[in-house]
Write a protein that binds this ligand. Structure first.
Ligand SMILES: [Cu+2]
Length: 146
């Protein structure tokens, strides 16, 4: 290897190392929210450790803390009242087909945990559980994405 090629090679190596380090230094950690899906003595709910996050990647660490009940975690942009999602009375469930932008993690067995990574735009969101009857029992919460 000539001296010129060696210095080019070293410069490229140095550049690659710098690039790796800067990616590592400047990559933003995704916002993280701990979610608990729970039921106790005839009541149930969905509890989050924060109610506002910056837009972009968001990581939901979801735990179904129930010992005996299936729950789920659904999220959709929603500006209205938290109790006014379109509802299908015959199914005792939110009419999911009428909620634009709905996504999430369905059917979490009791005692299970999962991590859901989403990319969220700024806005007002509703999070809820849509196992039959659970939305009306109070399994919903508001999330603000700024
Ligand atoms: Cu539920």
């Amino acid at each position: 290897m000539t001296a010129v090629w060696r210095s080019i090679f070293l410069a490229v190596c140095f550049g690659i190392i710098l690039a790796i380090f800067s990616i590592d230094l400047f990559a933003a950690e995704p916002a993280s929210i701990k979610v608990q899906l729970w039921n106790k003595g005839g009541t149930m709910g969905l509890t989050m450790d924060k109610t506002s996050v910056p837009s972009g990647p968001v990581e939901f660490e979801i735990t179904n803390t129930s010992k005996n009940t299936m729950h789920e975690f659904l999220i959709a942009p929603w500006k209205g009242s938290l109790t006014s999602l379109p509802y299908d009375k015959s199914e005792s469930q939110v009419a999911e087909g009428k909620v634009p932008g709905l996504q999430g993690q369905e059917d979490m067995k009791p005692g299970t945990q999962t991590t859901l990574r989403l990319v969220l735009k700024p806005g007002s969101y509703i999070v809820f559980c849509n196992q039959p009857g659970h939305y009306k029992m109070g399994m919903y919460a508001h999330l603000n994405v700024s």
